[in-house]
Ligand binder design. Structure first.
Ligand code: SF4
Length: 261
């Protein structure tokens, strides 16, 4: 079997908080988020035998306890993900998937086959506002033919499926000036997430988007939101969620102590 391969990180401590992972990035994604940092692997073809990727996993095994499959959007390559996950499980590794939530039926299959232990799901914008969601995933800017309402429905299904499973979940929003990140945006996202994640104390992470690495040249001149601004966004999440984190270039992952913000 061939994989459409992007790149990989042999040892990472930041892709699954508290774990040490090899991260395989698969090529291809149905979205074009203007802030995307992995834009060189959204399209194109670099077909390699899955065995080559399994060899990479094997080489990292002495140093890692999990495999994270990222992208692009890895679930586009369902059979490759299954093959890699089966291999990793046989080697005693946990398996995590970074996903934009667009393929709930694939998530369901992976869970049914007990192939994945953790999902890291993007909720990119307020779910009650298809206009903003479409803008954040680049529908108009990059002339995509997706329907934002369908995207939102799929992400909602993905959250529903994963939140009812025993898999670890992290939900993430990347914030970027000019796109998404007002206090109102974060409050709306958090309110939407509350019934899915609050009772299970599932982490919600507000990630600092980095304009200098963005796909859209228009964004590259902008200043990123500061850590203080992310803390204010976190505060807007507080009425709805209690396990809120911010992720910044300067300080990495920080769980927000609401008594101090
Ligand atoms: S940031 Fe957007 S465009 Fe980039 S890989 Fe993720 S979902 Fe795809």
């Amino acid at each position: 079997m061939k994989a459409n391969y992007g790149t990989y990180i042999p040892i990472s401590t930041i892709d699954w908080h508290g774990k040490v992972a090899i991260v395989l990035f698969l090529r291809g994604c149905p979205f074009r988020c203007p802030y995307c940092q992995n834009y060189d692997i959204l399209t194109g073809s670099d077909l390699v035998e899955v065995k080559l990727l399994q060899d990479k996993i094997e080489s990292s095994i002495p140093f890692i306890n999990c495999l994270v499959i990222s992208g692009g959007e890895p679930l586009i390559q369902k059979n490759v993900v299954k093959e890699l996950a089966k291999f990793a499980k046989k080697k005693g590794l946990l398996v995590g998937i970074h996903t934009n939530g667009f393929f709930p039926q694939v998530i369901e299959e992976l869970l049914k086959d007990s192939l994945v232990d953790g999902f890291f799901i993007d909720v990119k914008a307020p779910m009650d506002d298809p206009e903003i969601y479409g803008k954040v995933i680049g529908l108009r800017e990059y002339n995509l033919s997706l329907e934002p309402k369908e995207v939102i429905e799929n992400v909602t299904k993905s959250l529903d499926i994963v939140s009812k499973s025993n898999a670890h979940i992290e939900v993430r929003t990347t914030v970027m000036p000019g796109l998404v990140g007002s206090k109102e945006d974060i409050a709306a996202i958090s309110q939407f997430l509350s019934p899915y994640i609050k009772d299970k104390n599932i982490p919600y992470v507000i990630q600092q988007g980095l304009p200098e690495n963005a796909m859209s040249e228009k964004l590259r001149e902008m200043k990123p939101f500061s850590r203080e601004e992310l803390l204010k966004m976190a505060k807007a999440a507080y009425p709805f969620l209690s396990n809120v984190w911010i992720r910044t270039k300067e300080k990495g992952n920080e769980r927000v102590n609401f008594e101090l913000v």
